[in-house]
Design a protein. Sequence first.
Length: 355
Amino acid sequence: QYFLSCMALRWHQAATVRCCNALWHVGRQRSSLRARHSLCLSRTVGSPGGSAVADAKELLKGMCRPSMHLPAAAQLVERCGGLLVEGETQADLGVAEMPGAIRSVGEALALEGEELKALQEKLRQMADSDTTGTWSVISEQRLEDGNMLRARLVAYGLWRQQLGDGLRCLYGDLTAQLHIGGASASGGPPPDHCVTEGSRCFSVLPWKRPDDRHMGDDMCVWQDDNWVEIPFGWKPYEACKDFDYVVLPKVIAAHSWGTDLVLVRRGNKWPGWKTGILGTGSGAGKRSTSHVGWFEVEPSGRRCVFRGEDTERTPSKKLVPMWRSWSGRVLLEKVSEEEQLGSFRSYVRAAALER
């Protein structure tokens, strides 16, 4: 009997996820960013009973679909330059009988106007039906001077315990707050070490001014590897569709950067391009190498390394290693605000499962 009861409970929880509806909602006021998504219909099935609060948690798990675990999501927000505001992440869960509790549910979830009417319409459609639909919405609200973003994630579902029973509403919400650019406020390059093209900002690592015409060797450590921290809010530039027409001529070739070689990411390769340190007639903007084996970025994206050993001249470990006395620099790009907000949305989804 215990085994059958466990199996029935697991089957009931899985059925609940399939038949529930969900709504994402962030902030009580109208937001500047809003997206609505309609999902498919599913058929309700009978079930032997279970915990309503547990069903609400399963609903959140089924509808949030986080792309990563919470620790990794929080680290991604920081790497993108955002700062999670401590003490601002809060969550709550509840259950109500419908349609009698529709107003109280609407107040608890801060549903407004059309959103509350939509819930009433779904209740009417389900009155004599054994099918349910799923709906969702994402919105965000800017606070204060525009550098604070408050997110409120709401999930609600309408379901029946058994066919012929009354409707229940499972609902929950989670709020979180982001300081946009808070983690990248310090540790990045000085303003005069950057080049701006349109809305994008570039620099090199190790830091050098764009007009520095002294051929530096600070990229290398004598007879050792040189590990360098990549600051929050910055990432190695990856060649994109604008590379040949914007980044290469205006960012790399038009400046000296204290080196004659700047690396960019292209898939899993690190090709190098000539800067303008030796003048326009020296081949500035030309590709110097299709890939270098002495540079890499660790998987976390937090550090990169300029290898000291010249493996091309000492291909065998039995030979005395040859050490490099020169190295290029790597081109960095500031993480866009949209990418930073995307990482925050992933965090909100992941946090909903841990609260």
